[in-house]
Structure formats: structure tokens, C-alpha cells
Ligand binder design. Structure first.
Ligand code: PAF
Length: 298
């Protein structure tokens, strides 16, 4: 390496922006009020860590919408049920901080469970509408846990915008609905799902898949795409659904649901042709979810 390359690299390293890492809500509020005093806008990207390229694309979207980007890392216990993967959920805090620093995040909020749920904590957000059925039929505790923690994060950061991935499509619709219903002054932005080259949606939980399961996992998306093709040929939804569930079951998936819903309300019947196809299925011990937009029926 020449001296000038070495110097350039050194300059680059020393110039890399180091985000503030904050563990307490009071300190976070103080830090952000200084930023707001400079008339800067703030975007929040809530995460549970174990960051992959999909999360980093949310950060990139956040930069397009605000002057200052805050990311949170918190594996939220209240959205996991008994027997789910709270204990084994991947925790990679140091790597996450480095990834967020290289994406130019200004501030990383990493609260403890005690900070978010101090002794005596006993409130939660109650949901209906898009929270009904789908995930809720299989994980009844899930959206109340998500909505409660997201409310606390939004009220701690008070961002202008908050970014959530479309990979968790029902979660995105639930968050849009309750922030609107509760008059939380934030714009919720959905960002597209990032996929591996074989189509598997990026997810922290993909790390649980064995090499053999990883090869099969891409079929989840492939079946969604097949459904879209069959629907475009005007095949009946019941027939398309039956075929896709049979295909997935034959290759080793245990399908929780495969549903075609109204893309905003997630209800049936579908109003105005805006459709979303959503799937959740287990492969061994790993539960995967995915969804795609289905164009209007001709
Ligand atoms: O999508 C997630 O990672 C989580 O559900 C969220 C929104 C960070 C809340 O814990």
C-alpha cells in the first residue's frame, strides 16, 4: 500500500461519523432536543438488531426523508409469546453499531428491558382493524407488544417520520392505523422488501435455517410469484391457494396461512382491487413470512 493510499484510508476512517449511542430515554430526549433546536428533521428506524442489508436499506430511505437518522435496537420481550425465540433471537450489538455508523446514522438508542418496562409497567395498546387474523391467529400477543413498544419509541424520539419494512406488511398496516387513530404526529413510511438472489426475503431469522432448509426457503417467494401468475390468468383464488399450499407442504413447509387480502385494511372482501398476498409458514423450527402486491384483476 502506498503512503498516500494509507493516508487516504486513515482520513476516511477518522472522518467516519461516530453515532451517539444512548441507553436512556431522558438522555435521548436531551440529545434530540438539541438537534431539533437546529431546525433539523428526524427519522426513526426501529429495529431488533441482527442487522442485515434489508435494515440498512431502511436507514438509506430514512436519510431521504430527514436531516438526522435515529435507529433503535431493542429485542422487545412483549412481542414474543411463550415458547417463541426471544432467548435465541440473534444479538449482534457491536456489529450492528458498526453497520449503523457506516450508514451515517446520527444516534443509536439501545435501551435495556428495564428502561422500556420499569417495575410496575402495566399498559398496552389495544388493536383491532388490520391487526385481526393473519399473524394474530398464530401469535395473539404479537401486535399488542409491537404497538406498545413502537408507541414508546415514537414518544421518546418524536420523529417526523418513521420507516418500517414491507416485509412485515401486516405490522406496517397496524402501525399506520394506530398512529393515525392515536394522533401520534409522525409520518409512517413503508420501504420495499430486500431479497436474496434466489428471492428469499431478507430476515434476521434466516440465520436459523440449516443449509438444506435455506435451499428450500426460496420456494416461499417462488410460490407467491406462481400465485400471482395464476391469478393473472383469472384462475379462482380458492384453486390457486389450494395448489400453493399443497406445493409448499410437499417440500416441507407447514403453512400457517396464505391469504389474499385488501392491501390496506387487510380485510375481506377486497375493496377497489388493491390486493396483497401474505404468507407465513414454518420450515423446521424457523417461521418465515413474506408478501407481495397483486396487481388489479383485469
Ligand atoms: O419489525 C421489527 O423489527 C419489530 O417488530 C419492531 C418494529 C422493531 C418492534 O419491536
Amino acid at each position: 500500500m502506498t503512503k498516500s493510499t494509507e493516508n487516504a484510508l486513515h482520513d476516511c476512517e477518522t472522518q467516519m461519523h461516530q453515532p451517539s449511542v444512548i441507553n436512556q430515554i431522558s438522555e435521548l430526549r436531551k440529545h434530540l432536543s438539541n438537534i431539533r433546536r437546529q431546525s433539523k428533521t428526524i427519522a426513526l428506524v426501529p429495529t431488533m438488531g441482527a442487522l442485515h442489508q434489508g435494515h440498512l436499506s431502511l436507514i438509506q430511505t430514512a436519510h431521504q426523508h430527514a436531516d438526522c437518522v435515529v435507529a433503535s435496537i431493542f429485542v422487545n420481550p412483549t412481542q414474543f409469546g411463550v415458547g417463541e425465540d426471544f432467548d435465541s433471537y440473534p444479538r449482534t450489538e457491536q456489529e450492528d453499531i458498526e453497520k449503523l455508523a457506516s450508514e451515517g446514522v446520527d444516534c443509536i438508542f439501545i435501551p435495556s428491558a428495564k428502561e422500556m418496562y420499569p417495575t410496575g409497567f402495566c399498559s398496552s395498546v389495544d388493536l383491532q382493524g388490520p391487526a385481526r387474523e393473519l399473524e394474530t391467529s398464530h401469535r395473539p400477543h404479537f401486535f399488542s407488544g409491537v404497538a406498545t413498544v413502537v408507541t414508546k419509541l415514537l414518544l421518546s424520539v418524536m420523529p417526523d417520520t418513521a420507516i418500517f419494512g414491507e416485509k412485515d406488511y401486516q405490522q406496517l398496516q397496524v402501525i399506520k392505523q394506530f398512529t393515525r387513530d392515536l394522533n401520534i404526529p409522525v409520518k409512517i413510511i413503508g420501504a420495499p422488501t430486500l431479497r436474496e438472489t434466489d428471492g428469499l426475503a431478507m430476515s434476521s431469522r434466516n440465520a436459523y435455517l440449516s443449509p438444506a432448509e435455506r435451499k428450500i426457503a426460496a420456494q416461499l417467494y417462488a410460490q407467491l410469484v406462481n400465485c400471482e401468475a395464476d391469478l393473472s390468468k383469472n384462475q379462482s383464488w380458492q384453486e390457486v391457494q389450494r395448489k400453493a399450499i399443497t406445493n409448499l407442504t410437499q417440500i416441507g413447509f407447514e403453512v400457517d396461512y396464505l391469504e389474499l387480502r385488501d392491501s390496506q385494511t387487510l380485510n375481506l372482501p377486497i375493496i377497489g382491487n388493491q390486493r396483497r398476498l401474505l404468507v407465513a409458514a414454518k420450515l423446521g423450527k424457523t417461521r418465515l413470512i413474506d408478501n407481495i402486491h397483486i396487481p388489479a384483476a383485469s
